[in-house]
Design a protein around this ligand. Structure first.
Ligand code: HEC
Ligand code: HEC
Length: 332
């Protein structure tokens, strides 16, 4: 069999990472053990309320700022179409990204957007390492990357399509997304109170009642402009409300002064990835917390996760909030 250079590089990166973690763990041994996060935080895994319905199709053409294109609601809601509002923002999409393949492979760009920005309900893919994307697809397929709230439909669809996608389609998609340049779409706001929210299709949106409530130990990540987001504009921006003081305490944890190893050891000096290790800078804080929790609770156990296990072992729910709040302030 031919030796796969990616696999060799990936293996070497993971082994180096393991050695580093073991060294770090032996340094921190002996500290009092705080209790890990107990149950999946509801704000990070929004579930549609019973009887939830998407708005009915009114057949009215949609527009978004900065684009001369129009799309009908049916075109915006098809799993086999990635609405391309800004074709000059990215190279031409391979077929699997733009259209997918019926019946089971939904278009990657429908959920992850043509520019790879993703949203709080899934994940950003722009600029992730090629080999990392290929490996995650295998992990989803092999049941090694599960989620803590299985009734949420976006991760269920992700797992389903990973079982039908071909090797060539995976390579085409991984090549496309890894070559995109990630951008910043999130504004972090520290606050004690937040607008009340509702779950509007596996993500949080500001409630129309105008009520507000204490933020507590949560991150409330909402589209800055709901209509633009619902029209699947990949330039849509987000606001992440985070608890007052969390950015600072998150920074301390990320630098390695608290319960865990400095993230830069493996994720790169600017935390935007190194070798086969993915970026964690400037990504959706809801997504980051889901991953920290899924790794801690043993739902995510893919080939590369081993070095992360010691990192998350002692993180509390508020550590995770603080880390994600700080990471969201960074340039991706
Ligand atoms: C129905 C929506 C949907 C579609 C279509 C979709 N994904 Fe995903 N994808 C998700 C969700 C949701 C997650 C994150 C799951 C989580 O929160 O743990 C995800 C995560 C990923 C990740 C992991 C990212 C990371 O940082 O670890 C990769 C890689 C990925 N998808 C690739 C693809 C590719 C390639 C395609 C097209 C073949 C695709 N996805 C199509 C919903 C989708
Ligand atoms: C010893 C190396 C190492 C250290 C230290 C480390 N990580 Fe990781 N991390 C990894 C590897 C390797 C992966 C990829 C896991 C995989 O392949 O599934 C990863 C994945 C992640 C992911 C999931 C990313 C995604 O796209 O889904 C998050 C979030 C994360 N790390 C956060 C952190 C944070 C926060 C810290 C610091 C507190 C940290 N990591 C420290 C090695 C490390």
């Amino acid at each position: 069999m031919k030796r796969d250079p990616f696999r060799a590089a990936y293996g070497a990166a993971v082994i180096t990472a393991c050695v580093l973690v073991l060294a770090a763990v032996s340094l921190t041994r002996g500290r009092a053990e705080p209790s890990p996060a107990q149950s999946p935080p509801a704000w990070a895994y929004p579930v549609n309320p019973p009887g939830f319905k998407y708005p009915a199709d009114d057949h009215v053409p949609r527009h978004v700022p900065g684009s001369s294109r129009t799309f009908l609601p049916a075109q915006l809601q098809s799993f086999f179409n990635a609405p391309d509002w800004h074709p000059n923002d990215h190279p031409p999409m391979p077929y699997v990204v733009a259209r997918g393949r019926r019946p089971h492979v939904f278009a990657c760009g429908f959920c992850h957007r043509p520019n790879g920005a993703g949203g709080p309900e899934n994940a950003s893919l722009a600029g992730l390492p090629f080999g990392y994307i290929v490996q995650q697809m295998a992990d989803f397929k092999n049941g090694k990357r599960r989620t803590s709230v299985p009734k949420r439909s976006p991760p269920r669809s992700m797992v389903a399509l990973s079982r039908s996608i071909s090797g060539a389609e995976t390579v085409a998609a991984a090549r496309y997304f890894s070559n995109l340049r990630p951008k910043s779409y999130i504004r972090v706001v520290e606050t004690a109170t937040v607008p009340a929210t509702r779950v509007a299709g596996w993500f949080l949106a500001i409630d129309t009642t105008g009520r507000s409530e204490p933020i507590g130990e949560r991150i409330i990540e909402v589209p800055a402009n709901l209509e633009q987001f619902e029209n699947r504009d990949d330039r849509a921006l987000f606001i992440a409300y985070v608890p007052a003081g969390s950015v600072r305490s998150g920074k301390a944890l990320v630098l390695g002064s608290g319960a865990t190893t400095a993230c830069a050891t493996c994720h790169g000096a600017r935390l935007n990835g190194a070798g086969a290790v993915p970026s964690i800078a400037g990504r959706s804080p809801s997504y980051i917390v889901r991953q920290l929790f899924d790794i801690q609770s043993g739902r995510r156990t893919g080939a590369g996760v081993e070095p992360m296990k010691a990192v998350v072992r002692h993180l509390t729910a508020s550590d995770m909030v603080a880390i994600a709040a700080y990471l969201a302030t960074l340039k991706p």
